[in-house]
Design a protein around this ligand. Sequence first.
Ligand code: TYC
Length: 254
Amino acid sequence: AITSAKVEVNGVHLHYQQTGEGNHVILLLPGMLGSGETDFGPQLKSLNKQLFTLVAWDPRGYGKSIPPARDFPLDFFERDAKDAIDLMQTLKFKKFSLLGWSDGGITALIAAAKYPDLIHKMVVWGANANVTEEDVKLYNGIRDISKWSEKTRKPMEAMYGLEYLSKTCSAWVDGISQFIHRPDGSICQSSLPHIKCPTLIIHGAKDPLVPRFHPEYIHKHIANSRLLFFPEGKHNLHLRFAEEFNELVENFLL
Ligand code: TYC
């Protein structure tokens, strides 16, 4: 069974899903506009429940962690990282692993760098540590949600309704594009050398949204990291190739 609950963290009622009774606790961090429900169905369903306890959180302003409405100040990833860690502290999980997709991967990188003693192992995929001109073009390409594929848009539209979804997507594009004004367009580049936990970086070789220099950069700057490609994978490889993904992650975490 998957339970659904809310708990107050940093003045916000954060929603999360939880399942499994294993000693190894995993926090799953969704991507842009994501939530446990929209982003991690196959993981909540099929990762080993005897070995793992899974917590999938909805960052503030996403999923069922509304209100508040989502906003994107320059420190939004740091704010998510603190919320995520404080949520796990509130739930009394002392040490845990992180599974972060895309924006959730960025949040995981920042959290692992800032709280090394709390994190056992980490898997990130579809993440980037900085923003280039090429990325800003790609971001603007997804601003108009009517151009999204049906498969991507439908669960999001069901979660948020059309108005909140289109407004928040556009705000996200503006929010993440802000980083271009920083030196090297850095989001979290200086965090990477502080990451101590074993880290698996996965990337879809056919990801149209995140160019492969991003995972290569992340790999280069995290000492204890491995980089692995899904040759046929695009951005949502944990959904499209759920079985292979789950098996790979279980083997890495054990
Ligand atoms: N980072 C987004 C996410 O969290 C995905 C994304 C990446 C969107 C690059 C657009 O150009 C883009 N799912």
